[in-house]
Unconditional design. Structure first.
Length: 416
């Protein structure tokens, strides 16, 4: 391999070094320069303390579209939704909405039909056995009655016989008389017993019939239809998920979907445990809808939950808050995302600034005043998401920088 001469190697390295130096100079010179500083003026007026949350629109009132009401009576606890029309579909009264899975109830119906056939066979068999048993009992009574009459004739004819023969005839008569009376009592008991058996078998048979009729009536409702005209909205589960195809409907809560009344809307939102103490019913709310950023609505807090909930996939606790939307707008739909600014309090007649214009050093709060180029110490009060109250150090109309201007560290600090 030929060796590279030292002089030629330097010529290869030198351009790379020059380019690197130029790049470093450009980077540090551009990062060290600052653009024009932005200023803001101290304002005077009413100061709002707000809690801002995201929410979701719901209809204040809605009618439920329900599945079969008798699921628990036929011992079916859960049913899967096998088909449902798309959410947002406009439906009329009696129009098809959904179909529920019939597998379990069909199997239950087949089992009941088999049971009913067995009970019907048992009922017929018991009826025949009872008829034969009662016929035999009646034949026994008839035969005993004939025997009794024969013994009576024998006693009547024995008057010409010796006393021992007469005594023997009367004894035989008494035996047959007792046997006949016992047979009559047995016949009565046997009749009651057979009647009870028949009633028991018939009751089981009719009960199975009623269960089968009931399950057939419930099966008819596995095709769900709309009770009235409206827009179909899927039912929401406790975790916010929507019930659709493949979802499971409980027999304790047989709602498949809802028909909301769109004339009255609410925004359901959740406030964290830090801010919930500020939120009260009756507070005014500014509502924005993400789908229509150019439209604003007003509202009012109507409900604040007393018990918090665990936020999904988080350790944070939140409290449900319901906000009534004051205005009606035909474009608003359930499940639209909202931004809710809850005005928790209003402090009248105070000075305030953008919160980023106030800086802190060694526990001293100050601002950079444009007039005189000084750092003015200030005392602050309450703040909201964007602004902070100034209680001392500034007056209305004073102009301050939002961020430290160039060479601001050299500016003199004016203390209160």
């Amino acid at each position: 391999m030929p060796l590279t001469k030292p002089g030629r190697k330097i010529w290869y390295i030198l351009p790379v070094v020059i380019i690197a130096v130029i790049a470093l100079w450009y980077y540090f010179s551009s990062s060290g320069s600052s653009g024009p500083a932005i200023t803001s003026k101290v304002q005077f007026g009413d100061f709002s303390i707000n809690v801002t949350t995201s929410g979701e629109l719901e209809a204040k009132n809605s009618e439920n579209i329900v599945g079969p009401a008798g699921l628990r009576e036929v011992r079916i606890w859960q049913v899967q939704i096998s088909d449902i029309i798309p959410e947002g579909t406009l439906v009329d009264s009696g129009q098809y909405v959904a179909t529920l899975d019939r597998t379990e109830i069909t199997n239950r119906m087949k089992d009941l039909e088999s049971e009913l056939e067995k009970l019907e066979s048992q009922f017929i068999k018991t009826k025949l056995d009872t008829s034969m048993d009662m016929r035999a009992a009646r034949e026994e009574l008839i035969n005993l009655r004939y025997s009794l009459e024969e013994r009576q004739i024998t006693v009547e004819q024995s008057i010409y016989e010796p006393p021992a023969t007469q005594r023997q005839a009367r004894i035989e008569l008494e035996k047959v008389q007792r046997a006949f009376e016992q047979a009559q009592r047995n016949y009565k008991l046997r009749t009651e017993k057979n009647n009870a058996n028949m009633q028991e078998v018939y009751a089981s048979y009719t009960q199975a019939q009623r269960r089968l009729e009931q399950i057939r009536e419930v099966l008819k409702d596995f095709t769900v239809k709309a009770p009235k005209k409206g827009m179909l909205i899927y039912k929401r589960n406790w975790d916010g998920s929507r019930m659709g195809i493949g979802s499971t409907m409980s027999s304790w809560d047989n709602v498949v979907a809802t028909l909301p009344n769109l004339s009255e809307m609410i925004s359901k939102t959740y406030v964290n445990e830090i801010d919930i103490s500020k939120v009260k019913t009756g507070q005014k709310v500014q509502i924005g809808v993400d789908a229509f950023p150019d439209r604003l609505y007003t509202g009012e807090v109507t409900e604040v939950a007393n018990i918090g909930e665990q936020m999904k996939n988080s350790n944070a606790k939140v409290f449900e808050v319901r906000i009534r939307v004051n205005e009606f707008d035909s474009i608003l739909r359930p499940a639209m995302t909202t931004k809710n600014i809850i005005i928790t309090s209003v402090i009248p007649g105070v000075l305030f600034l953008p919160i980023e214009s106030v800086h802190t050093s060694d526990s001293i709060s100050f601002v950079y005043k444009s007039s005189g180029q000084v750092r003015q110490q200030v005392k602050t009060g309450l703040s909201n998401e964007n602004q902070i109250i100034i209680t001392e150090g500034l007056k209305e109309g004073d102009e301050v920088y939002l961020s430290p201007p160039e060479d601001a560290i050299k500016w003199k600090l004016l203390k209160l």
